[in-house]
Design a protein around this ligand. Structure first.
Ligand SMILES: Nc1nc2c(ncn2[C@@H]2O[C@H](COP(=O)(O)OP(=O)(O)OP(=O)(O)O)[C@@H](O)[C@H]2O)c(=O)[nH]1
Ligand SMILES: [Mg+2]
Length: 342
């Protein structure tokens, strides 16, 4: 509770979702403290095509930087948990890398862990939330075979469909048409080839805008009803299971992707060399190392902007002033393990 009030006080800009959620949380806390209900929990694995908005939804729901968000596909590389405790109920939302088939993963030179993570995470969830980008021509009427295989393999776990980016759809009647298609098993078109459709296994359909919060309250109410009696796995003021260093790295990754987009060098080593938390501020020294001198020079041209944007975001996360220094350097020989792939 203290953390939320602190967050509300310091916040540079609250998203609609944060407002919805903070209000919901305060109501729940009041309700629970008076009724002393038993503890409940719910683990939701959010899976779906790259760029659907999975990380945006989870970050906005829990109000923390669980994973970086960007317009570049395959931003999320490993799974991460966003945690939210509402009254007597703790939700764990697992963010996953965009689902790709082995064939596509190989072509894009992704490592196996990246390809396998959504399936591995799905096995331990209470609910599978399949997110789809309803504004994207290639995914709006189609759910990827790899996602359908996960639904079939874990058919005992209830699955829901989240049709995201509804803010991009002008004709709202299109949404109903697409919902009908996506909740039917995959079909061929009248000429017998183009696949379209999704799965008849979805128990519910939600239409959301993860970015501006539309429909998120309905989604959360549904999760609230589905929570099952059981212990909490995290203390109630934890929002992410990522280490501080990982959260700082995600902020840098997101900012680099937004400043340099596809042009950025694809490999960087990130290191938080210093992290010091005092009463009044956080001091961070972060080091970025690229294999080539030209890459280092290129990123250095926007170093000031990079530092400013990262400082703003880190101040939002830590809820206090951040003194940030960034070091961009080059090192010829880096081992594969050193590098974080964008
Ligand atoms: N208009 C609109 N854009 C959104 C919405 N949700 C996410 N986005 C944008 O879509 C892009 C991808 O969002 P992410 O949250 O990174 O998507 P993801 O599914 O986590 O992507 P990967 O990690 O690559 O699998 C970003 O530019 C977001 O700002 C939404 O509801 N509406
Ligand atoms: Mg993501």
């Amino acid at each position: 509770m203290k953390a939320i009030l602190k967050q509300l006080k310091y916040t540079k800009e609250l998203t609609t979702t944060n407002i919805i959620f903070n209000t919901l949380k305060q109501q729940q806390l009041k309700y629970c403290s008076s009724t002393k209900q038993p503890l409940k929990n719910l683990t939701v694995a959010v899976i779906g095509a790259p760029n659907a908005g999975k990380s945006t939804l989870i970050n906005n729901i829990v109000g923390a930087k669980v994973s970086a968000v960007s317009h570049v596909a395959h931003t999320t590389r490993t799974f991460a948990n966003g945690i939210l405790t509402l009254g007597n109920t703790q939700f764990i939302f697992t963010d996953t890398p965009g689902v790709v088939s082995h064939h596509v993963g190989r072509r894009l030179k992704m490592d196996n862990q990246h390809i396998r993570t959504p399936k591995r995470v799905a096995s331990s969830a209470d609910i599978l939330a399949v997110m789809t980008d309803i504004s994207f021509r290639r995914t709006k009427d189609y759910i990827d075979e790899t996602v359908l295989n996960i639904l079939n393999e874990y058919s005992d776990i209830p699955a829901i469909l989240i049709m995201n980016k509804v803010d991009m759809i002008k004709r709202k009647e299109d949404l109903l048409f697409l919902a009908t298609l996506l909740t039917k098993d995959r079909q061929k078109d009248e000429w017998g080839y183009l696949d379209y459709g999704g799965s008849s296994k979805f128990r519910e359909v939600f239409m959301t805008s993860a970015k501006d919060g539309e429909g998120v309250k309905e989604l959360l109410n549904y999760f609230m009803i589905k929570a099952v009696p059981g212990p909490w796995y995290y203390s109630q003021d934890i929002y992410s299971d990522s280490s501080v260093e990982k959260q700082i790295s995600e902020v840098f990754r997101e900012t680099l992707l937004s400043l340099f987009g596809q042009e950025i060098p694809w490999q960087v080593k990130q290191e938080t060399v210093l992290f010091h938390h005092s009463e009044s501020a956080v001091r961070i020294h972060h080091k970025l190392t690229w294999p080539k001198k030209s890459q280092q020079r290129y990123v250095s041209t926007k170093l000031e902007e990079l530092g400013k944007q990262c400082t703003d975001e880190l101040e939002y996360i830590f809820q206090c002033p951040v003194l940030l220094t960034v070091d961009v350097s080059q090192k010829n020989k880096m081992s594969k393990d050193d590098l974080i792939m964008f």
